[in-house]
Design a protein around this ligand. Structure first.
Ligand code: HIS
Length: 363
């Protein structure tokens, strides 16, 4: 699916990067080989499964960098001073499991902004920068906000354990739905579980040969299931609110109005919605046509699991079946994890020059 030679794609990448440098971004880089271990966990299931890993005799498990954001956050938290803007050009590596025509290594041009002075303005700056680079290319933007979804789950009137389970599965829409139905007692408890919990001494019924879990882990799990079985279901009122929230998919001003309506009954999302409102103002200040800007609450739920606020993407209009040409989002919590407890508000994104070339050739 190459529309340009590799040389032309690198040239194009550097042209895009010069726009970012013009905006005050420092050129930076990251090693191709990154320690896999705990870093790999930060990406989430999809990227974890698609990352090439290898073994180094001294350094242990290594991965071919599946993205730049994680190593750049690490560098920034170790050596950087705020505010900072960075840009990089380089290849990332991801296995393709279903579509052989998709490359397993491709060039990204990235922009990362570490600046907590005005998060709405920083979100708008990143979005508008990519929109500017893509002016004249036929793409449609999409925006979302993982922070609204997180706030909704945090606000549910249920146990901490249930909230944590839903939060963990925020990224797997089907699993999330199944959990919500279970916690809402919409789907009945599986018969085997009911039988297990009805048994006064379930540990006595364990087979002689156990699987991966130890006896004490199984006992803990049974205790947790027992405690959970005694908890009231999440009300249909709250489940309907979550459903309504997840269905919001409109132009940004309409989405804002719908979300405000929902927040009357789900006040935990109010602060996140105020943030959305400030972001829309900041985007308008940057010349973005906010009235036509699409917003979808569920957008970004299947991508990088480090996003926790604004998310965006630019996709081809035509039915070309290619991934979005530019994507990004806010990842404040990732900076806390990699900063050893102290973080800095951060947002960024990448653009793929190969895909833009392909789109332009198809236009
Ligand atoms: N690193 C992300 C894009 C991104 C950069 N900054 C924030 N998000 C990716 O490869 O999809």
């Amino acid at each position: 699916m190459n529309a340009e030679t590799s040389q032309a794609i690198w040239d194009r990448a550097r042209r895009y990067q010069s726009v970012l440098v013009g905006q005050g971004a420092l050129i930076t880089d990251a090693d191709v080989l990154q320690p896999a271990g705990t870093l790999l966990d930060l990406y989430g299931e999809d990227i974890r499964a698609r990352t090439f890993t290898t073994q180094d005799p001294l350094r242990g498990e290594q991965m071919l960098r599946p993205d730049f954001t994680v190593p750049i956050v690490q560098q920034h938290m170790a050596f950087g001073a705020e505010p900072a803007r960075y840009t990089y050009v380089g290849k990332v590596f991801r296995k393709q499991e279903s579509d052989e025509t998709r490359p397993t290594e491709f060039v990204q041009v990235g922009f990362e902004v570490f600046d907590g002075k005005d998060v709405a303005a920083a979100d708008a700056e990143v979005f508008a920068t990519f929109a500017g680079i893509l002016a004249g290319v036929s793409v449609t933007p999409m925006t979302g906000d993982i922070g609204i979804l997180r706030a909704a789950v945090i606000g549910l009137k249920t146990t901490e354990r249930r909230r944590a389970a839903l939060m963990r599965h925020l990224w797997r829409p089907r699993r999330f739905r199944a959990l919500l139905d279970r916690f809402g007692a919409v789907t009945p408890t599986p018969a085997a579980r009911t039988a297990l919990l009805a048994n006064p001494d379930p540990m006595a019924t364990l087979p002689a040969v156990l699987g991966l879990r130890s006896k004490s882990e199984i006992a803990l799990r049974i205790d947790a299931l027992r405690a959970d079985a005694a908890v009231d279901p999440i009300s249909s009122f709250e489940r309907d609110l979550l459903d309504a929230l997840l269905k919001v998919r409109e132009t940004a001003p309409n989405a804002l109005a719908s979300l405000r309506d929902i927040s009357v009954d789900l006040p935990s999302i109010s602060a996140a919605i105020d943030g959305l409102s400030r972001r829309l103002d900041a985007l308008a200040n940057r010349g973005i046509d906010v009235d036509a800007l699409p917003f979808e609450t569920a957008y970004g739920r299947t991508s990088m699991e480090y996003y926790d606020g604004f998310v965006f993407g630019f996709s081809s209009n035509a039915g070309l079946n290619i991934p979005p040409v530019a994507t990004g989002g806010r990842y404040d919590a990732l900076t806390v994890v990699l900063g050893g407890g102290t973080g800095v508000p951060a947002v960024g994104g990448v653009i793929r020059p190969d895909l833009v070339a392909y789109l332009e050739a198809a236009q």
